[in-house]
Design a protein around this ligand. Structure first.
Ligand SMILES: [Zn+2]
Length: 415
């Protein structure tokens, strides 16, 4: 059966207002397309490919409430990393699934259809990984989940950490993770970066490293990661998450590095709400924002995406899976609101995230691709961002995952 969605304002496509779908795939995009069996009026609203959240910890979501806390103590990154192991011992496959499902619901109900999740694999039982591998399969018709084998407690803080990452890859994780700035010595941080790249090449996996998530400008593991993937021509399959210290780096160093990032095609993910909350804690005033050089990356053509990172966990007590909130915070903190910026700001939570996930060949509103898209409650990109509008509908393989009405007043304001 052919289905036509008409009267759409399509992001980055000014010449089309209609999409025809057959067997879950887009067969036509244009105007005045042939009549179809079913026709759905989108009322002139903005249509985007689904939101991508390229960095989320689904084994941590809602664990802060489970711990019985509503605030995260001192709220520093390293305090949270200390808290986590005690809680981790209590996890079961079912408890991980129950909480992860709440986080997935938060995200999917607000237009996300692609999630990359870091799963802590420094647990010899791999409880969270087993839960997530099952959920990935069970939920594949609703959301695509990519799993990062993430050594939260380091590869070299104790014996056998690196081998747990390898085991997780053999079990089915899609991406190799790392956390070099948390390793106990610079040499071990470097060793872990070498391991990450070697494991990715050995098992043909993507790379996504929690890289330099600190204000310390001497934390420069990004430099090594980038050099290694540049040499292996593996940059487009590699993502450096956070890279907060790069926001504190000396300009002459930073601009030299950006030149090599461009050559390697490495991707970046910035988590604006999370890092503005976690970083700058040792500063008095002025306080740093914890953000990497998002604006400069965009201006240099280096791929950068925004992500949620945490929802109600020991690292960050807030978060609700609303990517519009992440975008809104991110464009303030990175100071990207010029007319030209606004035209492509949505890329930060759509196309750019898809590139980090390496799904650009199947993602986007083009003929031949899956009919996956969301409908926003606005008709223009600028107004959608300025008003931080909600997602009215999410369509997956041509079917509505949900569709809701615009907010209505019982008693309208008379002004
Ligand atoms: Zn993270």
């Amino acid at each position: 059966m052919k289905k036509k969605f008409f009267n759409a304002k399509i992001y980055r496509n000014d010449s089309a207002t209609e999409i025809i779908v057959e067997n879950g795939k887009i067969t036509h995009i244009g105007t005045n397309l042939p009549k179809c069996d079913e026709e759905i009026d989108l009322n002139g609203k903005l249509v985007l490919p689904p939101y991508v959240d390229p960095h989320l910890h689904l084994d941590y979501v809602y664990t802060l409430s489970e711990l019985g806390k509503e605030g995260a103590g001192s709220g520093t990154l390293f305090e949270a990393i200390e808290l986590w192991p005690q809680f981790k011992k209590t996890l079961t496959v079912d408890s991980v699934k129950r909480l992860a499902m709440k986080g997935i619901h938060d995200e999917v109900s607000q237009g996300v259809q692609h999630i990359r999740t870091h799963i802590d694999v420094t647990d010899p039982n791999f409880t969270a990984l087993k839960a997530m591998l099952e959920m990935k399969e069970d939920l594949k018709d609703i959301v695509d989940i990519q799993i990062v084998a993430f050594p939260q407690e380091g590869m070299y803080m104790y014996k056998g950490g690196r081998d747990l990452v390898e085991e997780a890859l053999i079990m089915g994780a899609d991406v190799v993770g790392g956390i070099p700035h948390y390793e106990p010595a610079r040499e071990f941080g470097e060793k872990s970066v070498h391991d990450t790249v070697e494991l990715a090449l050995k098992y043909d996996k993507l790379i996504d490293v929690h890289c330099d998530e600190t204000d310390d400008p001497h934390s420069r593991f990004l430099e090594l990661l980038n050099a290694l993937v540049f040499m292996e021509d593996y940059g487009s399959k590699t993502t450096a998450s956070h890279t907060c210290s790069f926001g504190s780096a000396d300009d002459s160093y930073a601009f030299r590095m950006m030149d090599i990032f461009k050559k390697s095609n490495i991707n970046f993910i910035s988590c604006p709400t999370e890092n503005v909350y976690l970083q700058g804690r040792q500063d008095t005033y002025p306080k740093r924002r914890g953000l990497t050089r998002v604006k400069e990356f965009i201006e240099s053509g280096i791929n950068v995406a925004f992500a949620q990172d945490s929802i109600n966990d020991p690292w960050y007590p807030m978060g609700n899976g609303n990517m519009m909130n992440i975008l809104d915070n991110g464009i303030h903190l990175a100071q990207i609101m010029s007319k030209k910026d606004v035209e492509t700001n949505f890329d930060l939570i759509t196309y750019n995230g898809a590139r980090c996930l390496n799904i650009q060949d199947t993602y986007g509103l083009e003929v031949g691709k899956a009919a996956n898209f969301i409908v926003l409650n606005e008709t223009s990109v600028y107004e959608a961002i300025r008003r931080r509008v909600d997602v009215l509908a999410s369509v997956r393989n041509g079917e509505f995952l949900f569709r809701r009405k615009e907010m209505a007043y019982d008693i309208p304001l008379n002004l």
